[in-house]
Design a protein around this ligand. Structure first.
Ligand SMILES: *[C@@H]1O[C@H](CO)[C@@H](O)[C@H](O)[C@H]1NC(C)=O
Length: 391
């Protein structure tokens, strides 16, 4: 006779042991009651599957089969009993179509205080179109929610995820260490407001590889307190480019240091590689940036530093930026500008930009060399530089 207790242990073992996932315990959201119909609220089912994976003492997988799953604003919290949780998504996670439901939630799907979480695959549908229309109409509207955020978390992988039509930002990495964002797709209308593709702030050791981003705001935005960021093989456009900033929101602000942006293509975007700060006092700084191998295709501002940043000229602080920008290299940047001024350095009179290097830059406007404009910028040019450097 098999004793009932060991039978139960064996049964549980066979339910959760999934050889196709490399011997991890696996929790299928359908088993905890999720409905793949796109209409039934599956938030509790996802949270239960997460709780099971988080409580597992061995590496665990949350598995989301094909189908559409309606989720309300959801926080997946650490501290977990293991540091290897995989979320394998073959379906689409759908936000409520009525933007009043998320309202001012700020975040739709968020991970907080987690360590060792990897998301593979999946589509996030933020259903932002209604909220964008409300904002465009000038009515009073809720601010909305970022689709996916990781806060105060370490050792994170986001691989092969697609984010569609977020209400606000698509993906935010905030207060994290060691994050790999790989082969992510982002898609939203060129007119959608504040729909940054990937925003990084207060984080160290973030790598973004192979992203394809079409959106209405920055493709990638890099906020205060970002260190050791590596961006490579990114396609951006439509969108507002890859931006460091906006900085100088606060008087006391951590700096941005050691950023590499390499092998990127901008197509029809508002900006290419940009650094922006508000015109007001701040302890912030930008130091040690390499923009290398960029192709610009009909980009309005291919290379820009703007220390008088003030979109729509509304509520501009009108002071001198305290943000200190130094050691920024532009290497092998070529293509076409959609405006006459292809290189613009508008730096702070209090803290002029220093150590700016242009090397092998060739940007044209209507098949002619474009123009460059410099205010309070010091540095040097080497190799072929067109437009002629104003440094
Ligand atoms: C700069 O960041 C890269 C990762 O992007 C890292 O490999 C390198 O060690 C960092 N350099 C310094 C001096 O910290």
């Amino acid at each position: 006779m098999v004793n009932p207790r060991s039978f139960l242990v064996l049964a549980l073992f066979f339910i959760f042991f999934n050889p196709s996932l490399g011997g991890l315990v696996s929790f299928n959201v359908l088993d905890s009651g999720a409905k793949p119909d796109g209409k039934t609220d599956s938030t509790k089912a996802f949270l239960n599957a997460w709780a099971a994976a988080c409580g597992s003492v061995t590496p665990a997988t949350v598995y989301v089969p094909p189908g559409r799953y309606l989720l309300l604003d959801t926080i997946f919290r650490g501290q977990c009993k293991n540091r290897a949780i995989t979320i394998q998504i073959e379906g689409t996670l759908v936000a409520p179509s009525d933007y009043g439901v998320l309202g001012n939630a700020g975040n739709w799907l968020s991970f907080e205080y987690v360590d060792g979480v990897s998301i593979y695959g999946g589509i996030l549908d933020g259903q932002g179109i209604g909220l964008w229309a409300c904002k465009a109409s000038g009515k009073s509207c809720p601010s909305g929610a970022t689709s996916l955020s990781f806060t105060n978390s370490n050792n994170i992988v986001i691989n092969g995820l697609t984010s569609l039509n977020s209400q606000l930002y698509h993906i935010v990495i905030n207060g994290c260490q060691n994050v790999k964002v790989q082969d992510v797709r982002v898609s939203a209308s060129r007119k959608s407001p504040n729909t940054d593709g990937i925003h990084v702030q207060l984080s160290t050791g973030v790598t973004i590889l192979g992203a394809k981003i079409k959106t209405g705001d920055d493709c990638i935005s890099i906020g205060a307190g970002t260190n050791n960021l590596w961006i490579e093989n990114v396609a951006c456009g439509p969108g507002h480019g890859i931006s460091i900033g906006s900085l100088g929101k606060d008087l006391q602000e951590p700096g941005v240091q050691n950023v590499t942006v390499k092998t990127v293509t901008f197509t029809g975007s508002q900006n290419g590689v940009r650094i922006k700060s508000w015109g007001r006092p701040s302890s912030g700084f930008v130091k040690g940036v390499l923009f290398q191998h960029a192709l610009m295709v009909n980009v309005q501002n291919p290379i820009v530093i703007d220390q008088n940043y003030c979109p729509n000229n509304q509520g501009c602080p009108g002071e001198v930026s305290g943000v200190k920008i130094s050691d920024v290299t532009y290497q092998d940047i070529h293509g076409t500008s959609a405006t006459e001024v292809a290189v613009k350095f508008d730096c702070s009179s209090k803290n002029p930009c220093s150590g700016i290097t242009l090397q092998d830059v060739k940007l044209t406007y209507l098949n002619q060399p474009a123009d460059a404009s410099c205010v309070n910028a010091e540095g040097m040019a080497s190799g072929l530089v067109e437009p002629t450097s104003c440094l």
